[in-house]
Design a protein around this ligand. Structure first.
Ligand code: SF4
Ligand code: MG
Length: 327
């Protein structure tokens, strides 16, 4: 993803929802995008899927997938890539599964591009249901979604999304509807699938515990910008941006507790219909200096990623920042 910039046209004016979003997605790894609601993290995901609302307008940037820029492929090629090589796990399986069709039928429909017999499609569906931990899949493949528990439906949703052997799996808050035990199982399942199928996974969440447990790489978004990126251990032990540090602050159990949600930081995300200047986080930053409100900080390379803060570079650089990790 390189320089993605996107506005939503609304009756309040243009909302500058994503501004110059760039980060690499490394093959065979799990990337987590974390941020508060309104950070633009889901919009990034929907851009990759080509499922943006009609009032969205991408004004610049590229989304490279293999040799191609997804934003500049013709419609037929996009459909083929998005149907076969990129797939998605939704937050609520009830919205993505068809209640009136048994899984056998829904799953063979997903394989409609393949020249396979009906029996082979059924076999593929059963194998994938077994792989995601559905007991007795030979029988359960004929079940309807309402006959499954929430956790089983989410597993079936993952089976459906893995059926075509995608290179890239996208997941938007995949465990929101689940309890902590099932969430931990789901994290194990998705990591296992990544290992078995060499699928790259991008997961969006406001749940720091999920990101810490599941991901290899992390992108921290705030109000439509990338503020920090890095490998997971670097982000959780050595965060450099004041926003990331505020998210992680005072919680020695933060990595173990998968139920932990983003803490509340005083203040609100700025109004993205207004002209923006300076650091986007300045209103809420405890370290802000007057210049932060007028001069936008650049992204600078730090550790295993990048961070966007004046304390790290330039005339406002502060040698005592970031303080050492507290754990
Ligand atoms: Fe805070 Fe200034 Fe850094 Fe922005 S640039 S995060 S306001 S210290
Ligand atoms: Mg969202």
């Amino acid at each position: 993803m390189d320089g993605l910039t996107l506005d939503f046209r609304t009756n309040r004016g243009r909302v500058k929802a994503l501004r110059d979003i760039s980060f690499p997605v490394r093959r065979g790894r799990i990337l987590g995008i974390v941020g508060e609601s309104g950070s633009g993290k889901s919009t990034v995901l929907w851009s990759i899927l080509g499922l943006l609302a009609g009032n969205a307008e991408i004004t610049s940037g590229r989304i490279d997938f293999g040799e191609n820029d997804l934003l500049r492929m013709d419609a037929e090629a996009q459909r083929a890539v998005r149907g076969e090589q990129i797939s998605v796990v939704f937050q609520d399986p009830m919205t993505s599964q068809i209640p009136v069709l048994p899984y056998a039928r829904q799953m063979s429909d997903i394989l409609y591009r393949r020249s396979m017999s009906g029996a082979d499609k059924r076999r593929a569906a059963i194998d994938m249901l077994r792989r995601v931990g559905i007991p007795d899949p030979e029988r359960r493949v004929d079940a309807y979604p309402h006959e499954f528990s929430g956790g089983m439906r989410q597993r079936a949703g993952i089976a459906m999304s893995m059926l075509t052997g995608p290179n890239l799996l996208l997941a938007d808050e995949p465990t929101t509807a689940l309890d902590v035990t099932m969430e931990a199982q789901m994290i194990g399942l998705m990591r296992g699938l990544r290992d078995d199928f060499d699928t790259t996974i991008v997961v969006v969440s406001h749940n720091l515990g999920l990101i810490a447990e599941m991901c290899d790489d992390v992108v921290v978004m705030y109000a439509g910008e990338v503020v920090e990126t890095g490998e997971v251990h670097d982000i959780f032990h050595n965060a450099r941006h004041p926003y990331t540090r505020a998210l992680l602050e005072c919680d020695p159990a933060r990595i173990e507790d998968v139920s932990r949600k983003l803490p509340v930081i005083p203040g609100d995300i700025p109004d993205l219909t207004k002209p923006l200047s300076g650091c986007i986080f300045a209103d809420r930053c405890q370290r802000a200096k007057p210049e932060c409100a007028t001069i936008a900080p650049p992204l600078v390379a730090r550790g295993t990623g990048v961070a966007r803060c004046h304390l790290l570079e330039g005339p406002l650089a502060d040698a005592s920042w970031p303080p050492p990790a507290s754990v």
